[in-house]
Ligand binder design. Structure first.
Ligand code: ADE
Length: 425
């Protein structure tokens, strides 16, 4: 098979940022003991030798540690940004300069550059794709059918990406196996909940320096991410309102002690709004009209479509930057609305994304998911697969050990009991 060489070797902001990037990558590695052990094993076993891999992820210190693991495992890997605003330019520089990993990502890149990077990644003729939001896989399926036979499989870690993969499967266009990393318990229980919870509030605080105690925070969506945001906002002393469309989740939010109401009621009450639904236009024109003067809106869902910024922009008499990642929209009714991170993931735009300790488990799942695809090459029919439970449990066991926590194990008598149906009342 002939491989078209990548014409541009990398596309980053500034290679001279590499040493700062190295310091921060090493710092993150301290909190990533599970991925470190996997890296050491990969370096011995080289599971990806001879394979081309592209990773479309947020270019952060944690992703750098994943890329280093994949390269140690023998992968010919390149990295592109999965979001125009989440790239840490020093990390991109370090991966290029110190690890020889081509990176195509610049913080603040425009949409055209973002899509050009997706094309460059596909020019790499990947065998394995690590995707974050499914843009690479969707582009491959739409525009590069001739490359489909090269693909061993993909891994996807976002809820949004999984929803898109499910739609592809339903439409009969998914022609290779996809590993649903998000489904692993060691992913969504921790990354979505504690990771999004902490990093979203971190992003809001870094962008605005607002005091959250006593404020009304409206959280749209009560999936794992919404639960995390609501829990942490309450922890900081906010009055939290949850909006939902799923009746079960709405009951759960109510029984967790949050006020639950439609956005049309919450709009006039909130001081800070956070969308984490995965759907579009959750906050829209009719809601902006009702908001308090100075209300802040931001998003922690994967795409920048949850807040209808087009309609806000169309109404606004003036839009001005008031702080980094903070824009004030003045409305004809005399009030203003403050938008954080341009409606993109506020935790990655204005802060550094999820802390390393949770990404340790998410990326352990990514790394083992890729290895699983390779080990089972040709055996898996097109479809969406969960991470095998044993791998999930192994990751949890390694994490516990690294945290210095030991737990009980079943006695022989207990094993016998849970495996039998004969003993009852
Ligand atoms: N998604 C959320 N937080 C992240 C991080 N720190 N690194 C990579 N992807 C992320």
């Amino acid at each position: 098979m002939t491989v078209t060489p990548i014409k541009q070797k990398y596309d980053i902001k500034d290679i001279s940022l590499a040493s700062m990037g190295q310091q921060r990558i090493d710092w993150a590695a301290r909190e990533m003991p599970v991925l470190r052990q996997i890296t050491e094993r990969f370096a011995q076993e080289k599971p990806f030798a001879g394979l081309r891999l592209i990773a479309c992820c947020h270019v952060t210190t944690e992703t750098a540690n994943l890329a280093i693991a994949l390269k140690a495992g023998g992968a010919d890997a390149i990295l592109i940004a999965s979001n125009p605003l989440s790239t840490q330019d020093d990390v991109a520089a370090c991966l290029v300069a110190n690890y020889g990993i081509p990176v195509f990502a610049i913080k603040g890149e425009d949409n055209d550059t973002y899509h050009r990077h997706v094309q460059i990644a596909l020019d790499h003729k990947p065998n394995i794709i690590i995707d974050d939001g499914c843009d690479v896989v969707a582009t491959l399926v739409k525009e590069r059918k001739h490359q489909l036979s090269d693909i061993i499989g993909t891994t996807e870690e976002t809820t949004t990406g999984i929803v898109r993969l499910q739609a592809m499967l339903k439409d009969g266009v998914l022609s290779f196996p996809a590993i649903n990393v998000n489904d692993a318990e060691t992913k969504h229980f921790f990354d979505n909940r504690y990771g999004t919870g902490q990093s979203t509030l971190d992003g809001i605080i870094r962008a605005t320096n607002v005091l959250l105690a006593g404020k009304t925070v409206v959280v749209a969506g009560y999936g794992w991410c919404g639960k995390g945001v609501a829990m942490r906002a309450r922890g900081l002393g906010s009055n939290v309102i949850v909006t939902e469309i799923n009746p079960v989740r709405a009951i759960e939010a109510a029984m967790d002690g949050f006020r639950v109401m439609p956005m049309s009621e919450a709009a006039s009450q909130g001081d800070v709004f956070v969308t984490v639904t995965g759907n579009m236009h959750v906050i829209r024109a009719e809601h902006f009209e009702m908001m308090k003067d100075g209300a802040m809106v931001c998003n922690s869902g994967h795409f920048d479509i949850e807040i209808d910024l087009k309609s806000l922009g169309a109404k606004a008499t003036e839009v001005k930057d008031v702080r980094n990642f903070t824009q004030q929209y003045s409305l004809p009714n005399g009030k203003s609305i403050v938008v954080l991170g341009e409606g993109r993931l506020v935790n990655l735009a204005a802060a550094e994304g999820h802390p390393s300790a949770v990404m340790d488990m998410s990326f352990a799942n990514q790394a083992l998911g890729c290895e699983y695809l390779v080990k089972n090459k040709g055996q898996l029919a097109p479809g969406i697969y969960s991470i095998p439970t044993e791998l999930d449990q192994d990751i949890a066991a390694l994490k516990l050990k690294a945290m210095g926590i030991s737990i009980d194990s079943l006695t022989a008598e207990q094993i016998n009991y849970i495996n039998s149906w004969t003993s009852g009342t």
